[in-house]
Design a protein. Structure first.
Lengths: 401, 442
């Protein structure tokens, strides 16, 4: 019998601000076991440190599996530690000071800032011997005032909140509500409005499981799929990545995996099982969500361009800056079609922000990437609680409103 | 350390109030698509919340060995800042809440559950990809507070969902059906399966035969589920006391905000997903008449907000699990029924839409909403006519309330979930509601 044991200890310590400061700490530990016996796979998870319970449950599920000749992947040996500390008093102090400062300008602030430290190990009879740890700061803020918006961000070290918040605060001092732009215009998508659209569509087109289940819909290597300005990759070893790993959750070596290179489709994301189904090798993209393994990105990154935000805005004749989108869950990941409400949108005319607005925008994710006219040079880091991270710049594209 | 000693330790360290929630659950998940996949999960731990110096501190851990550390840490965290939190008084409760399920998940062999998933999978219409997910849980939850509350719940739940990727004539779409129960067990599985099938079949009809909506500014008749979505998403969230200060309902308590015949409530309903006897602070769950005769009558509160607003706690502090602090949440939110039959509401519409099933969408705290229409039809001369496809319904619920023409007399609910940082079970439903204006379908 083959056996893989995955252990995770995740500690979150942080502060929520909602009327009062609300400090918290959450420690979650679990052991997940995957068994392969006579070609059948069983998997289970037990919270706490009870490996025996996880094993017992995994054995119960074995008999329902289809008999296949899948084997656990050949694992690697890897060790790393990118952990750091942040004092909860410092986090609380900074959040509180920011709220006071904004309050003087009649802008409310609520949200959560937390330091997350994840330590995990993978051991398997197929040779995985992985022990890694990383910390990150996750920030989620709701900024009120005349132009309310939400900010998601993160850091690979504790640098305080200002670097995340300041670029936006300057923007929302817009004069007042104005009419939305109409017709063919340029839209600058802030990372927080870009990722809900991009993630679902990219996952559908670049996962190995799509190649297995719907091969006609997966990205084809060499296919021109986006503007030459667009390079998209998964890069878990980027020092700034919030999820910083040298091996995936199956113990397979993880590294840079280019999905779109200067607009042209290249690689796909494979975990060991999906790769086995397709007769390929894992790319080190086995991502564990609970007791299951998925083929997905560790740190999906849209490679930064050369333009600062000022230039991205300053070059727009007629358009908008999207600080948020509502309804992104209406995205059809298979086609990339979406219909959202852009709110708040800062309306741009001749390179200057004229005011804020809100309007419906219908479009297609792949068309947005094809019509890209500029990519920002700064990467915003975003943590998703499934355990994935994103690194995205501002992106400017042509749309029809 | 024993859970009951937690509160004593917290008080000895300087806390004014302490509570510990313990949870132990076994979960099973079965997914069926090209193949059947079964997995199991054992979850459990402790959530310790203390109030010290007017500030909260919260710590969750998995192991009883870490409980002492959790208590000490929670008290230290509460001391990070000085606060002014006070709690509305409640009478301590001592109770054991039993599950109402007749056939609980652990009593059903795994093989039988797998067969049930296979049957639903086979009963679904043909699609390029289809998947069924069944999940259940069972176990216990305990709450002990420093005020003498000791409640133990027997927890059980079943959830069933199906999704299909369909394509036809160059178009593609995802169809989705979801139901579940925390009160009816495996004895109700056939009913749950039929609900999911009916939902999927309606969506499939619209996908295959629907056309893009062309009518503008016409009356819209909403099904119980669609009306419930607006009641919950665009109105209910505004009445949650933690959200209230940032919404148009702030400072509107006691003011008329809707026509006199409009009522909006949140409470336990038949087989409601959000049903309970007590909330996670041990407060008995009351029916809350959010809008009564068109007047903003009562917000949803936890003990902290009840004290602030000077009202009685109404049992709306809910936590996703032991790992989270309780926060103000809805349970089952619905428009109060009127006196119209469905046929009478339909006859009232010469040209308009009947929206049956809402897809993904989003709402804002200004009561604005946008939702995809998964199943909808044109109404012509009081009769349901051709299906529509690719439609989105949007509006601002507070404005739309004045456009309500009539409410159905029968209630129906669908069991669903609500995410607000934490995911909790809720029911979405109510009566059919006819809006003469205020909802835009494009």
């Amino acid at each position: 019998m083959e056996r893989e044991v995955y252990r995770l200890r995740e500690k979150r310590i942080g502060v929520s601000l909602e009327r009062n400061l609300r400090p918290f700490a959450r420690v979650r530990e679990f052991t997940a076991v995957r068994l392969v016996e006579n070609g059948k796979v069983g998997s289970a998870l037990a919270e706490g440190r009870d490996e025996g319970e996880a094993l017992r449950l995994a054995r119960e599920t074995l008999r329902f599996s289809r008999e296949e000749d899948y084997e656990l992947p050949s694992g690697c040996r890897a060790r790393w530690n990118r952990t750091f500390e942040a004092n909860v008093e410092d986090i609380a102090g900074e959040l509180s000071a920011l709220a006071d400062e904004l309050g003087e300008e009649d802008i409310s602030l609520s949200g959560t800032v937390e330091l997350i430290t994840r330590r995990f190990s993978v051991e398997s009879t197929a040779g995985a011997d992985v022990d890694g740890a990383y910390s990150l700061v996750k920030v989620w803020l709701e900024v009120g005032g005349k132009v309310p918006f939400q900010l998601s961000g993160g850091f690979a070290s504790w640098t305080g909140l200002r670097p995340l918040v300041e670029p936006y605060l300057g923007l929302v001092g817009a004069p007042g509500e104005v009419k939305p732009p109409k017709g063919s215009v340029e839209g600058v998508m802030a990372p927080v409005s870009l990722y809900p659209l991009l993630l679902g569509a990219v996952l559908w087109k670049f996962r190995g499981s799509t190649a297995v289940k719907a091969p006609e819909m997966v990205a084809k290597e060499g296919e021109s799929i986006a503007s030459p300005l667009v390079t998209l990759l998964d890069d878990p070893r980027d020092e700034g990545s919030l999820r910083y790993v040298k091996a995936d959750d199956e113990g397979v070596k993880a590294g840079r995996n280019v999905l779109i290179d200067a607009g042209v489709a290249r690689g796909l994301l494979w975990d060991s099982y999906t790769a086995w189904k397709a007769g390929r090798e894992s790319t080190g993209n086995g991502i564990r969500i609970g007791e299951r393994i998925f083929d997905g990105p560790h740190n999906m990154t849209l490679a930064p361009g050369r333009k600062g935000l000022d230039a991205l805005i300053g070059e727009v004749e007629r358009g908008f800056l999207a600080l948020g989108v509502r309804g992104a869950n209406t995205l059809d990941p298979t086609t990339g079609d979406f219909s959202v409400v852009v709110t708040p949108a800062l309306v741009i005319e001749r390179g200057e922000i004229k005011g804020f607005s809100r309007f419906e925008l219908r479009g297609n994710v792949w068309q947005l990437l094809k019509n890209t006219t500029g990519v920002g040079k700064e990467l915003a880091r975003i943590w998703l609680d499934e355990g994935l991270s994103l690194s995205l710049p501002f992106l400017r594209t042509e749309v029809i409103v | 350390m024993d859970a009951s000693r937690v509160v004593e330790l917290a008080l000895s360290l300087g806390a004014e109030y302490a509570e510990v929630r313990e949870e132990r659950l076994i979960r099973t998940e079965i997914t069926g698509s090209d193949e059947i996949s079964v997995s199991a999960r054992s979850t459990g731990g402790f959530g310790v919340r203390v109030l010290a110096g007017g500030s909260w501190g919260f710590v969750s851990v998995n192991s009883p060995k870490d409980l002492e550390w959790a208590v000490e840490k929670a008290v230290k965290l509460a001391q990070v800042s000085k606060g002014n939190v006070k709690l509305a008084d409640v009478k301590p409760a001592r109770d054991r809440v039993r599950s109402g399920m007749r056939v609980k998940p652990p009593e059903v062999p795994l093989d039988e559950k797998v067969e049930a998933v296979k049957e639903l999978l086979n009963a679904l219409p043909e699609a390029s990809r289809k998947a069924v997910k069944y999940s259940d849980f069972s176990g216990i939850k305990r709450l002990i507070t420093s005020e003498g509350t000791e409640i133990e719940w027997e927890l059980s739940g079943i959830s069933l969902e199906a999704n299909l990727a369909v394509s036809s004539s160059g178009r593609s779409s995802w169809l989705f059906g979801l139901t579940g129960s925390v009160e009816r067990g495996f004895e109700a599985f056939d009913d749950m399966r039929e609900r999911v099938l009916t939902e999927i079949q309606g969506q499939m009809k619209c996908f295959l035969h629907g056309k893009r909506p062309r009518l503008r500014d016409v009356p819209v008749l909403l099904s119980p589920y669609f009306a419930g979505m607006i009641a919950h998403e665009a109105l209910g969230h505004l009445a949650e006391a933690d959200e209230l200060p940032n919404t148009p309902l702030a400072e509107k308590l006691g003011e008329r905000i809707a026509p006199e015949f409009v009522g909006l409530s949140d409470g336990n309903v038949e087989d409601g997903h959000g049903n309970d006897l007590y909330d996670d602070e041990g407060v008995p769950v009351k029916k809350v008449e959010i809008l009564k005769d068109g007047v903003f009558n009562e917000p949803l509160v936890d003990r902290e907000r009840a004290y602030l607003l000077g009202i009685e706690p109404n049992g709306r502090a809910r936590a996703e699990s032991y790992a989270f602090e309780p926060m103000v949440r809805m349970r089952n939110t619905y428009f109060e029924p009127g006196d119209w039959t469905f046929e009478e509401l339909l006859e009232e519409v010469k040209l308009g839409y009947y929206l049956v099933s809402a897809g993904p969408g989003q709402t804002g705290l200004d009561s604005s909403f946008t939702a995809g229409v998964m199943e909808g039809y044109v109404i012509r001369n009081g009769e349901i006519a051709e299906p529509i496809l690719g439609a989105t319904a949007s509006g601002r619920a507070l404005d739309a309330l004045s456009g309500i023409r009539g409410m159905g007399k029968e209630l129906d609910f669908e069991n669903s979930y609500c995410g607000k940082g934490q995911i909790v079970r809720v029911s979405i439903g109510g009566p059919h509601v006819l809006f003469e204006r205020g909802i835009r379908v494009v």
